[in-house]
Design a protein around this ligand. Sequence first.
Ligand code: PNS
Length: 162
Amino acid sequence: MIKAIYPGSFDPITLGHIDIIHRGLAIFDQIVVAVAHNIEKKSLFSIEERKRLIREVLKESDRVTIDSFNGLLVNYVEKVQGNVIIRGLRATSDFEYEFHMASINRHLNHRVDTFFMMTAKDYFFVSSRTIKEVAMMGGSVKGLVPEAVERALRVKFESLPG
Ligand code: PNS
């Protein structure tokens, strides 16, 4: 029984994240989507809004749960008795940061390993940060985020095209 933790800011969740979750479900028995309280990043959506949006697009089941955590990821993984961390890799530019993060996490807790999945080719240029920037400037994010996220972005940025 392998329980994988998929941590991130998810500010907001994109179709790239959802693709990783669906593919992860073919490998792992359970996935916990864990929204981080990130002290360094100023977020557009609150933790509760992010969790609500994730719940709208992913049906919670005995295989998929949605949660949030404060503090160190490895402590959270231990607390929920997870076995592995999942991270998506979009490009070589993600590699250095992810390599550092996986290394420090393993240094902090050698029982916790990180499993990387390459992002699907349709989403390798999609990040929550660029989605927010495009939406803020009135560009279309259709096909890159779930419709519920598009609607929520429209509430934040009224100029977003319909
Ligand atoms: O979606 P993101 O912003 O790339 O996710 C980064 C996240 C939340 C996974 C990372 O910042 C994290 O694990 N934060 C929790 C604090 C922590 O454990 N830091 C030590 C490892 S860098």
